[in-house]
Design a protein around this ligand. Structure first.
Ligand code: SAH
Length: 345
């Protein structure tokens, strides 16, 4: 890929018109090109209402921007599809599509790898390779939509990577995906998951984009959290909770706390009790995720009775709580696992 060439998929509709004007063309050409991009064209040659001379000019100054499906696996037990996408520089990322009766949710990656180092997560084992550009996050959705022949209704930024560690591209992605003549996916249908990068949570809150945020808690005790999430060395739980309250104040959105339950590590009454103390009275909800064991670590799922006890305790104490269903467990459910298997094969 030629670095100086502008990637058209990175532009909003009005930026596209500005770009066309900048290269000496009429504004309406920008609208035409924009709509071709969302019709899924991969090259300028497919844009048949654009004069050949302009197509040639575009070739020299820009690219459409495409990622390619490298592998697709379809679950036999539920309606989940897992994709590996090949990026222009040869990197591979993972995307998951979950089809329900009335919606299609896509779980996108925001980085190639991750540098947050959570002990139980497969995406972080080889560290961070690079940030994804906004259009590379966007194109995961465009390509799933095209492949399944169905409109994507919901997005979760819960694939590989830490979206708030790739702040500018994440914000641009949120803007692109929200464009009325583009994918037109409303902020309320988007959930961004973060391990709790407090400074950027505050920056996000100040932008007042009414998306949902999910915050990975995984332990209500700083010392325990540090053992499984290195980010806890930088930000304490009380910093994270303060940032969550600020986000609620700015956006009026309910926070989801993700809590991956690991046998013998964070699944006892002691943790449940502390969670109730921490979250009492807050506009929030707890999502319990029985850990998806990864080959590289010996973390195990708690027995079902522990999971249910934990849930019941929170429920009894008026903390809204759900258990996350594991989707596509036959096709490497936990994030980053499929990519690793593929790379190492
Ligand atoms: N960087 C973001 C997105 C990570 S993936 C974040 O940290 O929130 C979404 C959720 O899955 C996070 O809560 C993450 O901690 C959790 N997760 C990662 N690997 C997991 C595994 N093997 N089992 C259960 N949950 C896992």
């Amino acid at each position: 890929m030629c670095k100086e060439r502008i990637v058209l998929k990175n532009l909003t509709k009005s930026e596209m018109s500005d770009f066309l004007v900048d290269i000496g063309e009429k504004k309406f050409r920008g609208n035409q090109i924009y709509s071709w991009i969302y019709k899924g064209v991969k090259s300028f040659d497919e844009m048949n209402n654009i004069p050949k001379s302009l197509r040639e000019k575009l070739e020299t100054s820009s690219i459409v921007g495409n990622i390619e499906i490298d592998l697709k696996l379809k679950s036999k037990i539920d309606n989940t599809s897992k994709y590996l996408f090949l990026l222009n520089d040869g990197n591979i990322i993972e995307t998951v599509a979950m089809e329900y009766k009335d919606r299609l949710t896509v779980c996108v990656s925001s980085q190639v790898g991750c540098r947050m180092g959570c002990r139980f997560c497969a995406s972080t084992i080889d560290g961070l390779s690079r940030n994804l550009e906004a259009w590379e996050i966007l194109d995961q959705i465009i390509k799933v939509q095209e492949d399944l022949g169905k409109r994507v209704s919901n997005i979760v930024m819960m694939g590989s990577g830490e979206p708030l560690d790739n702040f500018e591209n994440t914000i641009r992605f949120l803007k692109l995906v929200n464009e009325e003549d583009g994918l037109n996916i409303g902020n309320r249908h988007i959930t961004l998951s973060t391990c709790g990068l407090v400074d950027n949570m505050i920056k996000l809150a100040d932008l007042k984009i009414p998306i949902n945020i999910a915050v990975s808690l995984h332990s209500p005790f700083d010392e325990e959290r540090k053992k499984i999430m290195p980010v806890a060395n930088k930000y304490s739980i009380s910093d994270v909770i303060e940032a969550c309250k600020y986000f609620i104040k700015q956006t009026n959105r309910r926070i989801t706390f993700e809590y991956s339950l690991i046998k013998g590590i964070n699944d006892s009454d002691k943790e449940a009790k502390r969670i109730v103390e921490l979250l009492r009275g807050m506009l929030c909800h707890v999502n319990l995720i029985p850990i998806n064991p990864i080959e590289e670590r010996n973390f195990e799922k708690p027995d079902m009775v522990y999971i249910n006890n934990f849930k019941n305790y929170l429920e009894k104490n008026n903390i809204p709580v759900t258990i996350r269903n594991s989707m596509g467990s036959d096709i490497s459910g936990a994030c980053g696992q499929l990519r690793r298997k593929h790379q190492n094969s």
